[in-house]
Design a protein around this ligand. Structure first.
Ligand SMILES: *[C@@H]1O[C@H](CO)[C@@H](O)[C@H](O)[C@H]1NC(C)=O
Ligand SMILES: *[C@@H]1O[C@H](CO)[C@@H](O)[C@H](O)[C@H]1NC(C)=O
Ligand SMILES: *[C@@H]1O[C@H](CO)[C@@H](O)[C@H](O)[C@H]1NC(C)=O
Ligand SMILES: *[C@@H]1O[C@H](CO)[C@@H](O)[C@H](O)[C@H]1NC(C)=O
Ligand SMILES: *[C@@H]1O[C@H](CO)[C@@H](O)[C@H](O)[C@H]1NC(C)=O
Ligand SMILES: *[C@@H]1O[C@H](CO)[C@@H](O)[C@H](O)[C@H]1NC(C)=O
Ligand SMILES: *[C@@H]1O[C@H](CO)[C@@H](O)[C@H](O)[C@H]1NC(C)=O
Length: 628
């Protein structure tokens, strides 16, 4: 059995010294031969920049435009109703000198105004307005996070009407945070999908006849007008919860209505005002708001039942906004460049999953529908998470997708019969992701090669380096990250050294994967002025250039290969836990003189991102420079 409890390791490590003197265990555990590794969560190479200049992206967007043109012209199979479905697609990234400035604009976009859409705009573009349905939840959730309220407060602190001993929902136990995270256990809607006008159909289908008095007093389509705040809050005392808080994610628009009512109570501002002050103005949006929008700028599909022009009233926070490709680009970029909230940590926290579905592919975080994929980059398969939000309203379906790992986003807005968005979104993400992966790998070529010491200019450092030279060899293969081919000091293989340390001194951690890979750790600091010795002879202005050097930290992934229990035991159920990931528990675990033995630091010129050296702190290597 492997011991995973870190407390246990700490106790065992009192015995480390004696373990270190022992030989390798008599019967070494056998690793699972097919183990493919568990990379870090997040970027496996630095996020690509300037994607608008990438030949891979250009080739694939040209193809995509051509493919969409021919589907629309009827030359190729579309799979959706080309005559009635208008749409706008966009690919965005804030890390682009040309398109990322001032909040940004799409790197690529495509708009199609369908023949059948005779109402509304005549020239569909990035400023055209669509209903975005539940993508509205991103905006409402931002309002909650920016409201300054303590999200651990009970909703009853702001809506005391909800405190009532006879209420089946224990509102005093429901926090604002749980409402934002779909974790409060309350129903999705209050009469939102209750259709009085469909009663004859229900009865025909076998449901019993109901009298009008069997229905609630508000919000019933075909019977009563929409609920006022008072009616809604009264109703809340009678609804039954679906589950208890924090048991499982339960998608709820009602939650969004309630926390916005709470924020309104606390701030004295209504939803329109909150939206304007906390999101629309700060982000510089021009075509976003609570429906109804501007008919002249709108994309309006044919049909009598479309929701364009509707007033969603108290339900607006969950799904009643209109927006445009350009405004959603601003929103996407602000999340990707971590400016959407007060500081980058808060944005990263916002993106974290808060709960799970029973599928490995679907996690839930605040408003995010987190789609966990493994097949988006077929030539280099690895886990890629899409932070998505879908939206639907009568006549409109849309999809908002961010891939934070690469710093990119995808937008798909449609107006017309449903069905097109899923085809278009697949085409957009599925065709672009391999090109983005390719560009990311191309841009990371600068980290590859053989680096050696001998570059120090101070005589003291140079002497130390010549006495015990360090070499580092990095390459790239089909797998994620950089591959560590060699790391030596004065002729000794440090890779062998690390393997030996883990096998002999830390056998309780399992079998160390000898396939050493490097991943960026997303931590970067300026090179301080007293590092002059190592970096003063670089080919740029020594005074001005110095200020621009940064240390970009990477880590060797300390990954454990599951042991092949089948080969060691006839007991039942061997191998059931082979997919468990342990690498997240082992970063910086073993240190040498205070430096993690897994730490590798690239030194870059901050603006151009040119690699000017690499350091292995545990080896006190000083600057290693690329050979040749
Ligand atoms: C673009 O389309 C052509 C023709 O279908 C295909 O051969 C080529 O591989 C495509 N290129 C990219 C980058 O998808
Ligand atoms: C509690 O709710 C019930 C049912 O809605 C209502 O009749 C009663 O007046 C409420 N009590 C208080 C203290 O608000
Ligand atoms: C609900 O809240 C009440 C009042 O704050 C508290 O006494 C009770 O323990 C809470 N119940 C649960 C299940 O958390
Ligand atoms: C497009 O919409 C119009 C109006 O609703 C409808 O009459 C027509 O059948 C639709 N076209 C197709 C191809 O579905
Ligand atoms: C480097 O290796 C050589 C040859 O094995 C040895 O003589 C020397 O002491 C080593 N230097 C250091 C600093 O360990
Ligand atoms: C770089 O290092 C690797 C691994 O040590 C070695 O196989 C290769 O020959 C080196 N390449 C050059 C150009 O020195
Ligand atoms: C993007 O490209 C521009 C011009 O080609 C260049 O000046 C700039 O340094 C690049 N930015 C990044 C972050 O690579």
């Amino acid at each position: 059995m492997r011991l995973r409890n870190s407390g246990f390791w700490a106790i065992l490590c009192i015995a480390c010294e004696s373990i270190a003197q022992q030989a390798t265990p008599a019967v070494p555990p056998t690793p699972i031969p097919s183990y493919s590794g568990c990379p870090v969560d997040g970027p496996v190479l630095p996020r690509p920049t300037n994607l608008s200049k990438s030949k891979h992206i250009r080739a694939v967007t040209e193809n995509l435009s051509t493919a969409l043109d021919s589907a629309i012209d009827g030359e190729a199979k579309a799979g959706w109703d080309v005559k009635n479905a208008s749409f706008s697609l966009a690919f965005v990234s804030p890390h682009d000198d040309e398109f990322g400035a001032e909040g940004g604009q799409p790197l690529w976009e495509y708009h199609h105004l369908a023949e059948g859409n005779t109402k509304g705009t005549k020239s569909l573009n990035g400023d055209s307005q669509y209903l975005i349905g539940s993508i509205s939840k991103l905006f409402s959730n931002l309002i909650l996070l920016k409201s300054g309220l303590n999200l651990e407060d009970s909703v009853t602190k702001y809506l005391p009407e909800l405190k009532n001993d006879s209420s089946p929902v224990r509102w005093e136990n429901i926090t604002l945070a749980s409402l934002g995270e779909h974790l409060s256990g309350i129903p999705p809607n209050y009469n939102g999908f209750e259709f009085y006008f469909l009663a004859p159909l229900y009865e025909k289908l076998g449901f019993p006849h109901l009298s009008e008095s069997d229905y609630d007093g508000c919000g019933i389509a075909g019977l009563s007008s929409s609920c006022t705040k008072e009616q809604l809050l009264n109703g809340m005392l009678e609804i039954s919860p679906v589950s208890v808080p924090f048991s499982r994610p339960l998608y709820s628009q009602l939650s969004y209505t309630l926390f916005i009512l709470a924020v309104s109570e606390a701030t004295g501002k209504d939803y329109d005002q909150l939206l304007d002050e906390l999101v629309i103005q700060p982000m510089g949006m021009k075509n976003t708001g609570a429906s109804p929008g501007d008919d002249a700028k709108a994309v309006i599909p044919p049909g009598d039942t479309v929701s364009w022009g509707a007033d969603f009233g108290i339900n607006a926070p969950g799904g009643g906004l209109y927006s445009s490709i350009n405004d959603l680009t601003l929103l996407a970029n602000s999340v990707l460049d971590k400016t959407a909230l007060e500081n980058p940590d808060q944005v990263r926290k916002w993106l974290k999953p808060k709960s799970m579905s029973s599928s490995r592919s679907t996690l839930v975080g605040d408003p995010w529908e987190i789609q966990r994929t493994t097949n988006l980059t077929p030539d280099h398969p690895h886990t890629i998470d899409i932070y998505a939000k879908s939206g639907g309203s009568n006549g409109y379906v849309s999809q908002f997708s961010l891939v934070d790992q690469y710093g990119v986003g995808f937008l798909a807005l449609t107006a017309g019969p449903p069905g097109s968005v899923s085809i278009l979104n697949d085409a957009l993400i599925g065709s672009l992701m391999p090109a983005i992966e390719q560009e990311t790998r191309d841009q990371a070529q600068k980290y590859l090669g053989n680096f050696t010491s001998g570059a120090a200019t101070s005589s003291e450092l140079a002497k130390k380096q010549s006495e015990a030279p360090v070499t580092l060899a990095l390459s790239m293969d089909d797998k994620p990250g950089l591959k560590l081919d060699a790391l030596t000091r004065n002729g000794s293989s440090i890779i062998e050294g690390i393997l030996t340390i883990f096998t002999q001194a830390l056998p309780m951690t399992g079998i160390l994967n000898p396939d050493f890979r490097l991943y960026p750790s997303e931590y970067e600091v300026p090179v301080p002025a007293d590092d002059k010795d190592a970096y003063s002879n670089l080919p740029f202005d020594s005074e001005k250039g110095r200020k621009n050097l940064v240390r970009e930290h990477w880590r060797i992934n300390i990954d454990m290969v599951p042991q092949d229990n089948k080969r060691m035991s006839d007991l039942p159920a061997q191998g059931a836990l082979v997919d468990i990931c342990l690498s997240w528990q082992l970063a910086d675990w073993v240190t040498y003189g205070g430096q993690g033995i897994d730490k590798v630091v690239f030194v870059l010129e901050e603006k151009s991102r040119e690699v000017v050296g690499v350091e292995v702190p545990a080896l006190r290597s000083g600057r290693l420079a690329k050979e040749g």
